[in-house]
Design a protein around this ligand. Structure first.
Ligand SMILES: Nc1ncnc2c1ncn2[C@@H]1O[C@H](COP(=O)(O)OP(=O)(O)OP(=O)(O)O)[C@@H](O)[C@H]1O
Ligand SMILES: [Mg+2]
Length: 311
């Protein structure tokens, strides 16, 4: 990428015998929201930790804002904001103090930070909680305080590791709105998430990681169009699984390009849903859901349907 703000080339990280980040290259451009998605243990957090200089890569290079890691780590970190996967708020300080103390780490003048604190609390919809300690906040409020804290140094690029995990739908929508505001202000974002709707909604570009490797990269809509048939018919209910296997249903399966089973649901991927829906309508005991293919279908196709306990 010609005008990249941040670029990783051929990053490798090993723990013992296992390679948890494997020849990973990506770049983030100005104003871009790059999403990193992948199963548990895929290497998302490890990648962010390398980007922050918290753990050293075994190979590869990281450059940002025209500077290089690890030589210019301090100057790079001065322009980064980070929300880590686990909240790291100081439980002994109230919300305002958490922001003040964090601002001091960057060596910002005290007057500058004091001026920013009310603005940041306001941005996080936490003005009324300025003197509450993190332990008194809801999960959504804590995540918003973490985001406000990440903005204390007015960073150009935010690294957000699962900023909405554990939040209820309202809290997630509020977080999305705030992230959109930051993008509109011209900030760049790298975001990891397990919510495919979040990735599709916020991210201009996506990296799909599996076992530390990049297995796909592109705009969400382009990736879906490249890898999937446009329509999905989900079928569940008594006898649904037989549709995926039984000889007598071979003709029905022939109406789809691909048939997959997950749990008790059969997924038919097709470019022509109508004949399939007509055939299914004869099976009165079955329930069907017809919808466009989405990012979750892509994720499951590329990374498989089995559960990852760990990498
Ligand atoms: N300090 C460490 N020592 C040994 N192994 C580690 C260490 N940190 C991470 N790993 C391993 O590296 C792999 C990648 O972990 P990582 O936390 O980067 O995954 P992730 O994609 O962020 O997963 P999740 O979606 O669950 O947050 C995992 O197998 C993990 O067990
Ligand atoms: Mg992680």
């Amino acid at each position: 990428m010609k005008d990249a703000l941040f670029e990783c080339r051929h990053l490798v990280k090993r723990y013992g015998d296992s390679t948890v980040v494997d020849d990973l290259s990506f770049a983030i451009g100005p104003g871009e929201c790059l999403g990193v998605i992948g199963p548990n243990g895929a290497g998302k957090t490890t990648t962010i930790r390398m980007c922050l200089g918290l753990t050293a890569p075994d190979a590869g290079s990281i450059t940002a804002f025209g500077l290089g890691m690890p030589r210019d780590a301090l100057a790079i970190k001065a322009q980064l904001g980070v929300v880590s996967q686990m909240d790291t708020l100081d439980p002994d300080f109230d919300c305002a103090e958490n922001l003040l103390v964090y601002g001091r780490y960057f060596g910002l003048p005290s007057a500058t930070v004091r001026e920013r604190v009310p603005q940041l609390l306001d941005f996080a919809s936490l003005a009324h909680k300025a003197h509450a300690k993190p332990g008194e906040l809801s999960g959504g409020m804590k995540r918003r305080l973490s985001l406000a804290r990440a903005l204390v140094n007015n960073p150009r690029l935010l690294l957000l590791d699962e900023p909405t995990t554990g939040l209820d739908p309202q809290a997630r929508h509020l977080m999305w709105e705030r992230l959109q505001m930051l993008l509109q202000q011209g900030k760049s974002i790298l975001l990891t998430t397990h919510f495919m709707d979040e990735a599709e909604r916020l991210c201009t570009r996506l990296l799909v990681l599996d076992h530390g490797r990049k297995i796909a990269e592109g705009k969400p809509r382009d990736l879906i169009a490249q890898h999937l048939e446009p329509d999905v018919v989900e079928v569940y209910g008594q006898g649904a699984l037989a549709l995926a296997h039984a000889e007598e249903h071979a003709a029905l399966r022939g109406l789809a390009a691909r048939v997959e089973v997950s749990g008790e649901t059969v997924f038919f991927y097709t470019a022509q849903a109508m004949p399939l829906l007509a055939a299914l309508s004869e099976h009165h005991h079955l329930r069907t859901l017809h919808r466009p293919a989405n990012l979750e279908d892509l994720f499951l196709k590329l990374t498989g349907r089995q559960i990852r306990e760990d990498g």
